[in-house]
Design a protein around this ligand. Structure first.
Ligand code: SAM
Length: 294
């Protein structure tokens, strides 16, 4: 049984319209937290850093952490619109990059780009049966979909452990996973408005998904993977969401034409809430490099 979000729930989010996402994401269509040089500022005091540059830096951080540079076979679990696959094969000389997504719209866009040395599958990682092992595995912003809303802590850890067991089987000794995921923040004091906002995000924007606690991620990987490095960058996600919201507002008319008023209003509310909840530590952002023990 699939303990994570169903393909229907994933499509509810990612299949709204590629044009809609193109109006407010960066040019590479990377839809996860960027890595800013200085996330505490909005850049207005000096040379303004671009979202494009900060997204590329994030991809590079994870590619290098996973030791995917020049690798033969790399797996991207939850490949979105293909920005990591593109960077792996076009800049980092990866011979064969495999991307998994559950979204048909994302798959259509990647296929249309005709990326060389890339294999794209509309497939749950639970069903993935690779033709060979992988030298490195990278997963950015998909882990939040691996356990459904409302499962017990034990059931969530079991779901995440299943993922790590698959990765363990696919990797060689000392092979690495670079994992980026939202995590629960340390600020558990929530007023009613905050609870309502977080419920709105779970129910309306990301149905069937659940943000893990960092301890759950680490426990799920115990005795399989060692933690090589770990950073928590909530301010980086706050700034990323602020930039997405700024672009969405700037292109609002076009966004309404491609996704409808209700979707646009919902996304404005979700992005605005995310800016605040990362800043006030209701949410965190983990970038974890894990290494197979033996
Ligand atoms: C927030 S997007 C991130 C996309 C991309 N990694 C990026 O940084 O732009 C999450 C991705 O995870 C994929 N996904 C979610 N659950 C999945 C699963 N069980 N198996 C494979 N892909 C999954 C979605 O289809 C989507 O492509």
């Amino acid at each position: 049984m699939n303990p994570g979000a169903t393909a229907e729930a994933i499509r509810h989010h990612y299949d709204i319209s590629n044009d809609f996402y193109g109006l407010w994401l960066d040019d590479s269509l990377t839809y996860t937290c960027a890595l800013w040089e200085d996330a505490d500022t909005d850049g207005s005091g000096g040379v303004r850093e671009t979202l494009e540059g900060a997204q590329a830096r994030k991809l590079d951080h994870l590619i290098e952490g996973a030791r995917a540079v020049g690798a033969r076979r790399v797996l991207d679990v939850g490949c979105g619109w293909g920005s990591l696959l593109k960077r792996l094969v076009q800049i980092y000389g990866v011979e064969h990059a495999v991307g998994l997504t559950l979204s048909d719209s994302q798959a259509d866009l990647i296929r249309a780009a005709g990326l060389p040395n890339t294999e794209l599958r509309v497939e749950n990682w639970l069903d993935h049966q690779p033709d060979g092992g992988y030298d490195a595995i990278i997963s950015i912003g998909a882990f939040e979909h691996f356990a459904k809303t409302g499962l017990s802590r034990a059931a969530r850890i079991a779901a995440y452990r299943e993922f790590f067991e698959r990765c363990y089987a696919w990797l060689p000794p000392r092979g690495r996973i670079a994992l980026q995921t939202n995590i629960k923040g340390n600020n558990t004091v929530m007023d009613k408005a905050t609870v309502r906002e977080l419920m709105f995000i779970i129910e309306t924007i990301f149905p069937e998904s659940e943000i893990p606690a960092l301890s759950e991620v680490i426990e799920a990987g115990e005795k399989l993977f060692d933690v090589v490095s770990l950073r928590n960058d909530p301010d980086h996600y706050s700034r990323t969401c602020a930039e997405w919201l700024r672009r969405l507002t700037e292109n609002r008319e076009q966004a309404v034409r491609s996704a409808g008023e209700e979707n646009v209003a919902n996304y404005e509310r979700y992005l605005g809430a995310s800016v605040r909840h990362f800043r006030n530590r209701h949410l965190g952002l983990a970038r974890i490099i894990l290494e197979k023990g033996r």
